[in-house]
Design a protein around this ligand. Structure first.
Ligand code: CP
Length: 334
């Protein structure tokens, strides 16, 4: 078990080896049990974290904010549009100043080819951990919560078929960071990962190459297909979720609710929706997951997301426990 985390940044789960990710999961489970029993966990008393948001959030913001309060500290919400960033203050100056005021800085910034660079620049100058609340490339907190949920439900994930499936949506332009983080993480647990999407919604080649290298090392597989049926067939877990075309939809686009997202190219893919009939192709105990928010009746039928195979609320709850584990390890510990 690895135990040296204090002061490290949390930008990408690839920065942590498998034993370290296992430690995060163990600490998450311990904190979840203590939360259920009402046992106090004041591991970060009097510590302060600054949470900068360039985009909207429900789960991420509140899991961090509630999580740090439950650990005895305080997480301050900062809307980037009301910070001096809006007048051009640099990532460097922002990181140095906030480092001097508190114990960690967390940031969500999903703009394509900007978000990850911004976080990396802050990490270069910050003297406290930088935590990635989702960028254009990665959403490590989501992937960790997904992994925890799958392990709780199934146990050993070796050779378990998990299908990450593109789904049609109209709600807002979504970054590729959720499927990228999932495709990179799940093969490290020996899972059989199927990535399915229509032509035009590919993930970057380097992501697939990295995922395949992990599959080879840990004894799983990575299949990429544009055949939706193949992804559902015999799957133990399905994760149908929309993402934008990372080249044409996201270059220079503000990934906010105000963006225009519907065009003919997208509408041609309306059939990529998770339905009961597609779920019937999967293993009889298949589980339906989604990072949320879901675009109901576009990405998924209500009867699936509200049905007996859905574990979306357990998945969302685990955002709290994994957030607390990461903060405890990086901000506290030894
Ligand atoms: N899954 C997720 O990150 O949710 P929010 O956008 O609400 O934070």
């Amino acid at each position: 078990m690895h135990s040296v985390f204090r002061g490290r940044h949390f930008i990408d789960l690839e920065d942590f080896n498998k034993e370290e990710v296992d430690t995060m999961l163990e600490v998450s489970l311990d904190l979840k049990k203590k939360f259920a029993m009402g046992v106090p966990t004041p591991y970060l008393q009097y510590q302060t974290m600054f949470m900068m948001f360039f985009e909207q959030s429900t789960r991420t913001r509140n899991s961090m904010e509630a999580g740090l309060a439950q650990l005895g500290g305080h997480a301050g919400f900062l809307d980037s549009s009301s910070m001096q960033i809006a007048h051009g203050e640099s990532a460097k100056d922002t990181a140095i100043i906030l480092s001097r005021f508190g114990h960690a800085i967390a940031c969500r910034y999903c703009n394509w080819q900007i978000g990850n660079q911004y976080l990396t620049e802050m990490a270069k100058w910050s003297t406290v951990p930088i935590m990635n609340l989702q960028c254009d490339l990665y959403h490590p907190f989501q992937a960790l919560a997904d992994l925890m949920t799958m392990k709780e439900k199934i146990g050993d994930l070796k050779r378990v078929k998990v299908s990450i499936i593109w789904a049609y949506a109209e709600s807002h332009k979504k970054p590729i960071s959720v499927p990228v983080s999932q495709v990179l993480l799940f093969p490290r647990y020996g899972m059989d990962v199927t990535l399915a999407h229509p032509k035009g919604w590919e993930l970057p080649d380097w992501v697939i190459a990295k995922a395949r290298a992990s599959a080879e090392r840990y004894g799983g597989s990575v299949t990429v297909t544009d055949n939706e049926e193949e992804a559902y067939r015999d799957a133990h877990i399905v994760i149908p979720k929309n993402w934008g075309n990372w080249v044409t939809d996201q270059t220079g686009a503000k990934l906010s609710g105000a963006s225009v997202v519907i065009d003919e190219k997208l509408m041609a893919q309306r059939s990529w929706k998770c339905t009961e009939s597609k779920m019937a192709l999967a293993n009889k105990n298949v589980m339906y997951m989604h990072a949320l928010p879901a675009d109901r009746n576009h990405e998924v039928e209500d009867s699936v997301i509200d049905g007996p195979h859905s574990i979306v609320y357990d998945e969302a709850e685990n955002r709290l426990h994994t957030a607390k584990a990461v903060m405890t390890l990086l901000m506290g510990g030894r």
